[in-house]
Design a protein around this ligand. Structure first.
Ligand code: NDP
Ligand code: BG6
Length: 537
């Protein structure tokens, strides 16, 4: 069966749907900031993995744009370096042949004249009909200026049939149809914007305005690589493709939810960016709040981009601090000091290259928050993320309530461990359910045991690289896994007051923790004063 011939006129099996990965139409990808770390470490390897799965069009080119002088050959050599030993040497060479480079200043109109000329030639060679993706991977302060320059050079739209392509897409979404065939598409231009999207609500709105002066919302893909992780997408499948969880997914049965994104790595070479950002902007505003939205959202009316994003935005619009505490009691920030991670002695944040010796940037944050709606009112969500913690682990734990009463006297209800549903986002991707079981031995012997679903065991493969999935979605025009403007606004609206108060408080309230620990003791107290504790493996 060819995907292009599929319609919804007959019942389609789950197995057939798995095969329905469409090969996108020929197109070109233009990466601004291509000399940088992200392109090298993530973007090029992900694109190569797509090519390996035959999910990249045969007619596809990558054009890197950045200020550093570099020839096409030098960029191709870097691309080969990025791919390491993935695939075969022949496949790597073939991939590198599709890569080119243009050097120029991001704000200089002559860069865009040269770009225009180069793209016209590439589009002809690769027969792309003007289908182009511009990927903004420079420092974020340049995104608005690059968008503006693209608009001024007329590169924000395709000369052929972009209006028709958009109308077709809208119609398709409205019908909730299966994806149409990629071949035969007209031209289009899409822009992918890397995080961070603004540094507060005001700058996020400014960036939105700058983008909207040049691009329509339908063309804009605000990327958050967490949404490309298979285990993150699986939250939706788990919740809405299984009937048994939804009835208990609420304040009546759930005691609280914990979301942890812990990193063993420090700030690495990104001090310039991180000093201005800190953990709240770097991890909460995007990745952690995305996880929160997926866990907390109402069932969408369909699996279409707008229906899913409507519900995620609504969940975030209800964010609040619990009534029993305000921002000061429910928001902890910390910074790592020297310590040892996996037996390696590492410096404190203030001693890292490029970091001010008096830096007040938080490398750790923990929040206790609530989603103030009918489903979640009164259920605390504890979120934490930090660098230089004991281990790299990202997970979500849904902790259910204790049994209402105990028949196993003298054990009391609160001595019987509650069920915990554990989404292991990374590493050891999977899901586990903890429950109570009869332990061999005397009549009243009970233990907590765990039922495991392990991603690799079940499917026999490593979860693919998040960026690969997201690239594919941009090419096939699916915005489901990309942040929408209103979601971002809700997220910043909640975080702005905390960030402002932390800035005003200067060092007051900044807690220090040794590298290699689980964070400051203040974060433990945040949850312990509610009679709970952070759960770790
Ligand atoms: P880099 O700091 O490596 O910058 C990318 C490129 O931008 C550089 O190679 C440089 O190219 C150019 N650049 C750097 N500083 C300036 C400057 N002051 N003025 C003009 N151009 C500059 O960034 P990354 O590749 O690490 O990240 C790119 C984007 O992706 C950033 O917005 C980052 O926040 C985001 N991101 C990065 C992640 C990562 O793991 N690296 C993860 C998630 C998001 P040249 O000098 O050649 O012009
Ligand atoms: C990035 C942050 O968005 O996510 C980094 O800027 C962080 O600071 C990274 O290290 C974590 O991503 P992952 O996929 O390794 O969990």
């Amino acid at each position: 069966m060819s995907p292009s011939s599929t319609t919804v006129s007959r019942i389609i099996t789950k197995e057939e749907l798995c095969l329905l990965q469409k090969v996108p139409a020929s197109c070109g990808l233009i990466i601004f900031g291509a000399s940088g770390d992200l392109t090298h470490r993530k973007l090029l390897p992900s694109l190569f993995s797509l090519a390996q799965e035959n999910l990249l069009p045969k007619q596809f080119y990558i054009l890197g744009v950045a200020r550093s002088p570099m020839s096409d050959a030098a960029f191709q050599a870097r691309a080969l370096e990025s791919l390491g030993s993935a695939g075969t040497p022949a496949a790597r060479q073939e991939f590198a042949r599709h890569c080119g480079y243009l050097s120029g200043d991001y704000q200089d109109p002559s860069t865009y004249e040269a770009l225009n000329q180069r793209l016209t030639g590439l589009d002809r060679v690769y027969e792309t009909a003007g289908r182009r993706i511009f990927y903004l991977s420079t420092p974020p302060t340049l995104y608005g200026a690059i968008a503006h320059a693209l608009g001024r050079a007329g590169l924000n739209h395709s000369r052929s049939a972009s209006a028709q392509a958009t109308a077709d897409t809208r119609l398709r979404d409205a019908r909730r149809d299966l994806p149409a065939a990629a071949s035969g598409e007209g031209g289009w231009v899409r822009v992918v914007v890397e995080k961070p999207f603004g540094s507060n609500l005001r700058t996020a709105e400014q960036l939105n305005q700058a983008l909207h002066q040049v691009f329509r919302e339908q063309q804009i893909y605000r990327i958050d690589h967490y949404l490309g992780k298979e285990t993150v997408q699986n939250i939706l499948m788990f919740r809405f493709a299984n009937a048994i969880y939804e009835p208990v997914w609420n304040r009546k049965y759930i005691d609280h939810i914990q979301i942890t994104a812990a990193e063993a790595a420090g700030v690495e070479h990104r001090a310039g960016y991180y000093e201005e950002a800190g953990a709240l902007r770097d991890m909460f505003q995007n990745h952690l709040f995305q996880l929160l939205s997926l866990v907390a959202m109402e069932p969408p009316s369909s699996f279409s981009a707008e229906a899913v994003r409507d519900e995620k935005a609504k969940a975030l619009a209800s964010l609040s601090f619990p009534k029993d505490c305000d921002w000061e009691d429910c928001a902890v920030r910390g910074q790592y000091e020297a310590g040892a991670v996996a037996e390696e002695v590492v410096p404190g944040y203030r001693q890292e290259p490029g970091v001010s010796p008096a830096s007040r940037t938080e490398t750790y944050a923990a929040l206790k928050i609530e989603i103030d709606n009918w489903r979640w009112q009164g259920v605390p969500f504890y979120l934490r993320s930090g660098k230089r913690l004991t281990a790299r682990t990202t997970d979500i734990r849904v902790v259910f309530k204790h049994v209402p009463t105990s028949i196993f006297r003298p054990l009391l209800a609160d001595q019987i461990s509650p069920n915990v549903l554990h989404f292991r986002i990374q590493p050891n991707e999977g899901i586990a359910l903890q429950f109570e079981a009869k332990h061999p031995g005397p009549k009243l012997c009970m233990s907590s045991v765990t039922m495991h679903f392990d991603y690799e065991d079940a499917f026999g493969i490593h979860p693919p690289e998040a960026y690969a999935r997201l690239f594919h979605d941009v090419m096939v025009d699916d915005q489901t896994l990309f942040a929408r403007q209103d979601w971002l606004a809700h997220s910043w609206r909640f975080l702005d007051p905390i960030l402002e108060r932390w800035a005003e408080a200067k060092e007051r309230g900044l807690a220090f923790y040794p590298a290699g620990s689980w964070g400051p003791t203040e974060a433990d107290e945040l949850i312990q004063k509610d009679g709970r504790q952070w759960l770790t493996d």
